[in-house]
Each structure stands twice: as structure tokens, then as C-alpha cells.
Design a protein around this ligand. Structure first.
Ligand SMILES: Cc1cc2nc3c(=O)[nH]c(=O)nc-3n(C[C@H](O)[C@H](O)[C@H](O)COP(=O)(O)OP(=O)(O)OC[C@H]3O[C@@H](n4cnc5c(N)ncnc54)[C@H](O)[C@@H]3O)c2cc1C
Length: 373
């Protein structure tokens, strides 16, 4: 439907905003909240094409994690070690800040720790040969003590290899509660929600920038911050951002679930956890690369079956279970597994490509954005 502006909209409701954040996921909302707290009298608008954020924030696995040993070793192949360690620090710090800023109960945080489990002896040996060096680096650089610990996997009663790596610093959260808490703070602070606006383009204008939606509605803003993660390419064609779908399945309740932690497998590409009395498992994208490079939120039967079989083969070999739900979220990836956070000009900043780590990175990256103003 075409939008035709009224006098009331022009003079009051859509009067030039001081700040407009495009993308109301966890990143955009945390940026908006910090800006509004720093500049309480500023007009801060939050724009999203959907009534409830529809990308990754409301559709992830609820892991409060900063990387398993095999994931870190894999990251060393793609990025300089220094950058990988800096990213671990941002994720680690981000998890602490999420707990402090929002409260553990409000985000459903549980300090369960995590296990990395191994499907093959060869994979375990690579991790085993590296974990102590990574521990030493994390201690020397950031003072984190004994992050990764070799443990027997016998008590887990799964089908993985006999050894696991335990990390006491990771845990699980409830993504529903986290989003709800962030939404409610944004609401309390009077951040102006402009939801249902699909922004097709923007251009520099007299007051800063003008955004134009598919209905023709124009939003004038002094400062524009683009925080739409995987969907950035259309608005930022020169940036290296590609969609990466992540599919998740969740079982129906299972009696006496034998574990209570978050789990990483297959270099971090597979992750599973308990939620209430169900198993939630996600990932497997690395086995279906071509089909998962998509914005399509509809999951596929082949990945659903892959994840379901994974539960059967590796996690609960002797317990019958049924799949209850299957859904997808879209992550923003690039050649480098690093977010893009930069001020483009006096009126435009961008914070996109969370590379599947935005839950943990949100607090630190939103501080980086805040420091621009
Ligand atoms: C399956 C899965 C598992 C994950 N596991 C973890 C994990 O273990 N740990 C971790 O830290 N992170 C994890 N993540 C990643 C994390 O969820 C994301 O990095 C984070 O939520 C990104 O937040 P965001 O606000 O940047 O983007 P999003 O949540 O994707 O929000 C972007 C918003 O922009 C809006 N938008 C896009 N284009 C436009 C437009 N043109 N006009 C208006 N609005 C627009 C969308 O509707 C959307 O609401 C996972 C993600 C998935 C999908």
C-alpha cells in the first residue's frame, strides 16, 4: 500500500529523527538502548520490516558461548590468530555484560558450562594437541584461567568418543526471554518503533539521510545506523555479507534427559542443548553449503532429517523421541568470520555481518557504535 504523508506525520510523528537504527534485532535494539540512555532527549527510531524481528535474534539456539577448541583452531585457518583471540575476548566480555545489564533471570541464563564432543579420534587429537596452548594464550592475554579442560565423556552416556573438552565459562540462555527483555527496555525508554517498514533505499539529504520504504514512506534522520546483519547486501552492496541459513529442530519432551549443558560438535557446526525437558539441536550447514546460502526461512527436510538422525546416532542412541518443531534463522557471513563495524561518514554507521556470534557480541559491539557519538 502506498504511503501518503499527512501534516501530523510531517510535523510530529515523522519529524526528523536524531538517530534511526535500521534493523530491530538484538544488535539494533542494544544500539538504540545505549544511544537513548546517553542522549535521553534524542528522538531515536527503530525501523524493522517485520512486527517481531525476523532474522537471527529470535531464531537462534540460545547459546552463551565464545567458541570450542576445534572452532578456534578452524578460525585460525581463516583469520590471523590475534583477531581470533580478540573476537573470543569480545564474545566472553559480551556474555558477562548480558548477564550484568539484563540480569540472569531476565534472560534465562544458566551457568551450565559446555562440552565439546568428538565424532572421531582424529578430530579429538587435533583439539587435544591445541587446547593447552589456547588456554595459555587466553590466560596470558586476558587472565582467563583454565578455560578448556580435558574430561572423560563416559558420564554423558552418548555415542561420541571417550574424551570431551569441558569449558566452565559458557552457558545457555533463553532467546525468547532475552529478546523480550531487550524489547521491554526499548519500550520503557521511549524508543520510537517503526515496524512494518521495509527499507528499499536511502540517500544523503539536507539533515543527514533519508530512508525510503517499499510503501514510499520517507524517514528523515540526522544519524543512520544500519544493523540488519545478513540482509545488508541490498543496502550496502560493497560490503562482503552473505546469508547463511541455520536450521534447528527441537524434540517433544523426553523423560529423564541425562544431560544439562550446551554441547559443541563438528568444529562448532553442530550444537545441541537441553531446553526444558527437550533437546534442541542446530547446525549441520557445512554438509549442505550450497542450499544454505539463502534468505529462505523455510527449512528443508534433508537438514531436518540430518539433525534428527544426529540425535538418534550420537546423542540419544537408546531413547525414543519425536521431533516437535523445525525452524530457521538467517546469519550474516563473509569471507572473514568478523563483524563489520564502521562509521562510513558523519551521518552513517554500520554494524552488520555478525558471523553467527551476535548474541555474545551484541553488548561489546553496541558499545563500539555508541563511542562514535
Ligand atoms: C540457528 C542460529 C544459531 C545461532 N547461534 C548463536 C550462538 O550460539 N551464539 C551467538 O552469539 N549467536 C548465535 N547466532 C547468531 C545470532 O543469533 C545473530 O548473530 C544475532 O542475532 C544477529 O542479530 P542482528 O540484530 O545483527 O540481526 P538479526 O537478528 O538478523 O536482525 C536483523 C533485522 O533487520 C531487519 N531487516 C533486514 N532488512 C531490512 C530492511 N531492508 N528494512 C527493514 N528491516 C530490515 C530484519 O527483519 C531483522 O529483524 C545464531 C543464529 C542462528 C540463526
Amino acid at each position: 500500500m502506498q504511503h501518503f504523508i499527512s501534516y501530523w506525520e510531517k510535523s510530529v510523528l515523522l519529524k526528523t529523527f536524531d538517530f534511526t537504527i535500521l534493523g530491530a534485532g538484538l544488535i539494533g535494539k542494544q544500539i538504540a538502548i545505549k544511544i537513548k540512555k546517553k542522549f535521553p532527549s534524542a528522538r531515536v527510531a527503530m525501523v524493522d520490516k517485520m512486527p517481531i524481528s525476523y532474522g537471527a535474534s529470535t531464531r537462534n539456539a540460545g547459546f552463551a558461548c565464545f567458541g570450542s577448541v576445534s572452532e578456534i583452531v578452524d578460525d585460525f585457518k581463516r583469520s590471523p590468530q590475534n583477531e581470533v583471540y580478540n573476537l573470543i575476548q569480545k564474545r566472553f566480555t559480551g556474555i558477562q555484560q548480558l548477564k550484568q545489564e539484563f540480569g540472569e533471570a531476565s534472560i534465562g541464563f544458566e551457568a551450565t558450562g559446555s562440552f565439546e564432543v568428538f565424532q572421531s579420534e582424529a578430530d579429538f587429537q587435533i583439539a587435544e594437541s591445541q587446547y593447552q596452548e589456547i588456554n595459555s594464550e587466553l590466560n596470558a592475554r586476558f587472565g582467563y584461567k583454565q578455560v578448556f579442560n580435558l574430561q572423560s565423556a563416559d558420564n554423558l552416556k552418548m555415542n561420541f568418543g571417550p574424551s570431551a573438552i569441558y569449558n566452565p565459562y559458557e552457558g545457555m540462555l533463553n532467546s525468547g526471554l532475552l529478546n523480550q527483555t531487550v524489547n521491554s527496555i526499548a519500550h520503557t525508554l521511549d524508543i520510537i518503533p517503526l515496524y512494518g517498514l521495509n527499507i528499499m533505499s536511502y540517500h544523503a539529504s539536507q539533515n543527514g539521510y533519508t530512508l525510503i520504504s517499499d510503501s514510499g514512506m520517507e524517514i528523515e534522520t540526522n544519524q543512520l545506523i544500519i544493523a540488519n546483519n545478513a540482509f545488508a547486501k541490498d543496502l550496502l552492496p560493497s560490503e562482503d555479507v552473505e546469508p547463511a541459513r541455520g536450521q534447528i529442530v527441537i524434540t517433544k519432551p523426553i523423560d529423564n534427559l541425562p544431560f544439562d549443558a550446551i554441547f559443541h560438535a563438528d568444529k562448532g557446526y553442530i550444537y545441541f542443548r537441553r531446553i526444558d525437558d527437550r533437546i534442541l539441536i542446530g547446525g549441520g550447514r557445512n554438509h549442505f553449503y550450497d542450499q544454505e546460502n539463502t534468505f529462505d526461512m523455510q527449512g528443508t527436510d534433508n537438514l531436518k532429517d540430518f539433525l534428527s538422525n544426529y540425535i538418534k546416532e550420537w546423542i540419544l542412541p537408546n531413547t525414543p523421541f519425536e521431533i516437535d518443531m523445525h525452524w530457521s534463522g538467517i546469519m550474516g557471513m563473509g569471507k572473514e568470520k568478523l563483524p563489520i563495524v564502521k562509521k562510513v561518514d558523519d551521518h552513517l554507521g554500520i554494524c552488520v555481518r555478525m558471523s553467527g556470534m551476535g548474541v555474545a557480541l551484541g553488548p561489546v559491539l553496541s558499545d563500539e557504535v555508541l563511542a562514535w557519538y
